[in-house]
Design a protein around this ligand. Structure first.
Ligand code: MTE
Length: 332
């Protein structure tokens, strides 16, 4: 590429026109390979990489969900993305069983069409949204978030959705609305473990309204460029990346604004173990185990290194101000 320059300063090249060093070096390398006959092999491996990229684009063969790259601070990480097969076969979705393999085996019975989400409680404009209308409310963004489960495993997933704040602004919460409650589908006909005594159904979760308004909180419709697979919470779930995974309710049917802290499913099941806030915090142990380290799913094996868990799961810069002055040991 010819780099144009001139003296009056009006004709500088835009940065995309400048051949980056690395590409330039690659070209010289290719010319050397051509000369030695290694080009065929190099091209074959290039074709292999292209094929892999294709696979990543449609990993689950579900409907594609177009998304723009998110401009929200913290919405991207340079970490290796967890493989689709791992993120979709090792799940917690107790409505379909308590074993990690159960949701992928059993969630095919979940009926996602039609789907409505009722938004009500202390809001000026309560509404019942058809999923299609909810999808159109704002542009879909891709956000590569870590999600860390309270049980000590984590994953890095390219989620697709938009900030929950967009929906909240639309319904105009009243001045006395302090919390938001998220209620999941609980249909014993299609969800075989609803009715079991592990949890008090429906699965409910909650956030303080300012937490829910933080741009990182994602109303999520897809992952890996496709609609959500059932086992990951189709057709719409929450992803709150700075909190333990159980705060991210799946298959949501109702979002309710209240003036009182909602009773959440896990808090009701074991009050001493699961507090309302449940921010990822390596310094506060779960009563039965440490929270200081984690294991990335798909990286198991004898020699897989445990990773240190980060405060607020690595999103401290974006969310720490929400908890200024709070005792995070008491408000676990
Ligand atoms: N939502 C519902 N409705 N039911 C559940 O059992 N499990 C939670 C959360 N959301 C759960 C849920 C827990 S404990 C975790 S760790 C995450 O979902 C797991 O999300 P994933 O399966 O997509 O990794």
């Amino acid at each position: 590429m010819l780099i144009k320059t001139d003296r009056d300063g009006f004709n500088h090249p835009i940065s995309s026109e400048i051949t980056p060093q690395a590409v330039y070096r690659d070209r010289r390398q290719i010319m050397k390979w051509m000369a030695t006959g290694a080009a065929g092999a190099a091209l074959a491996s290039w074709a292999g990489r292209q094929a892999m990229a294709q696979q990543v684009q449609r990993p689950g063969k579900l409907a594609a969900l177009q998304a723009v790259k998110s401009g929200v601070a913290g919405a991207a990480t340079m970490e290796k993305v967890t493989e689709y097969k791992d993120a979709t076969s090792y799940n917690n979705f107790y409505e379909f069983g308590t074993d990690k393999a159960d949701p992928a085996k059993n969630a095919h019975t979940l009926n996602t069409k039609p789907w409505t989400v009722e938004v009500d409680g202390l809001v000026k404009k309560p509404a019942k949204y058809q999923l299609e209308d909810l999808l159109k409310l704002s542009a879909q963004e891709e956000r590569i978030y870590r999600l860390r489960c309270v049980e000590g495993w984590s994953m890095v997933v390219p989620w697709v959705g938009y900030s929950l704040a967009k929906l909240i602004e639309r319904v105009e919460p009243l001045g006395n609305a302090k919390y938001v409650e998220f209620i999941s589908q609980a249909d014993p006909k299609t969800m075989p473990f609803v009715g079991s005594r592990v949890l008090d159904w429906p699965y409910t979760e909650g956030l303080r309204i300012d937490e829910a308004m933080n741009p990182l909180a994602l109303l999520t419709f897809g992952m890996y460029g496709e609609v959500l697979p059932n086992q990951n919470g189709a057709p719409v779930r929450l992803v709150v990346p700075w909190k333990y995974g159980f705060k991210s309710g799946k298959s949501i049917v109702r979002i309710r604004f209240t003036d009182k802290e909602p009773h959440t499913a896990w808090n009701k099941a074991a009050q001493q173990e699961y507090g309302f806030y449940s921010n990822v915090n390596p310094n506060v142990d779960h009563p039965r185990w440490s929270q200081a380290t984690e294991r990335r799913i798909g990286e198991d094996g004898l020699f897989a290194k445990k990773r240190k868990t980060l405060m607020f799961n690595g999103y401290e810069a974006q969310v720490a101000q929400l908890y200024a002055g709070m005792d995070l040991k008491k408000n676990f």
